[in-house]
Ligand binder design. Structure first.
Ligand SMILES: Cc1cc2nc3c(=O)[nH]c(=O)nc-3n(C[C@H](O)[C@H](O)[C@H](O)COP(=O)(O)OP(=O)(O)OC[C@H]3O[C@@H](n4cnc5c(N)ncnc54)[C@H](O)[C@@H]3O)c2cc1C
Length: 155
């Protein structure tokens, strides 16, 4: 993409007309990372291995949106992924503190209900399968109920 004009989007490959332009910039890591010694991925996130360990640092782990992990290029930045990574990182850190070496990895799984208040769309993807269910009301209520169940652990 090169630029926006009032009524069009100009890209390296040509341009197209637009009545309304809604732009979502790509994600980058936190600004303070640049001034730290932590290793960064090309996208500006904290580079980690498949066990969430930060290379070159003892007992330092990263999970969630700030991390960059080996895996498929569709690996989502999702709260669900952050949860799975946090479980692996906590397990591995405890193993290290006990004098061992934790080798737990995390499953790469995109699971999301895109909620439009009156209906929801389920999107599910793993390395083996990919499912998108058409929008329906049941999925809206499923997301509401998941939210209540999830928050109960922390309340
Ligand atoms: C609109 C929207 C909808 C989404 N919907 C879903 C969904 O349906 N399902 C799903 O699984 N995921 C969803 N996500 C993604 C999900 O929110 C993130 O993947 C998840 O929150 C990442 O968790 P995290 O702990 O890595 O980071 P965050 O939740 O961003 O937590 C980072 C925390 O660090 C704090 N912080 C930042 N800098 C500093 C600093 N210098 N010092 C101290 N604290 C600092 C921030 O304030 C923040 O509280 C959604 C995201 C957005 C934006």
């Amino acid at each position: 993409m090169l630029r926006f004009e009032a009524d069009k989007v100009v890209t390296e490959g040509g341009e197209f007309a637009a009545d309304l332009i809604l732009f979502m910039p790509g994600l980058t890591g936190p600004a303070w990372l640049e001034h730290s010694a932590l290793p960064r991925s090309p996208g500006g996130m904290v580079a980690a291995d498949a066990q969430c360990r930060v290379a070159g640092f003892e007992r330092v782990y990263v999970v969630g949106d700030s991390g960059s992990f080996p895996g498929p290029d569709w690996m989502p930045k999702q709260a669900h992924m952050a949860d799975l990574q946090a479980e692996a990182a906590a397990h591995n850190l405890l193993a290290e503190l006990a004098g061992g070496r934790g080798e737990r990895g995390f499953k790469v799984e995109l699971v999301c209900i895109i909620d439009a208040i009156d209906q929801g769309t389920l999107v599910y993807r793993t390395e083996q399968q990919q499912i998108v269910l058409p929008p329906n009301r049941l999925m809206h209520w499923a997301k509401r109920s998941f939210e209540r169940r999830y928050l109960r652990h922390y309340q």
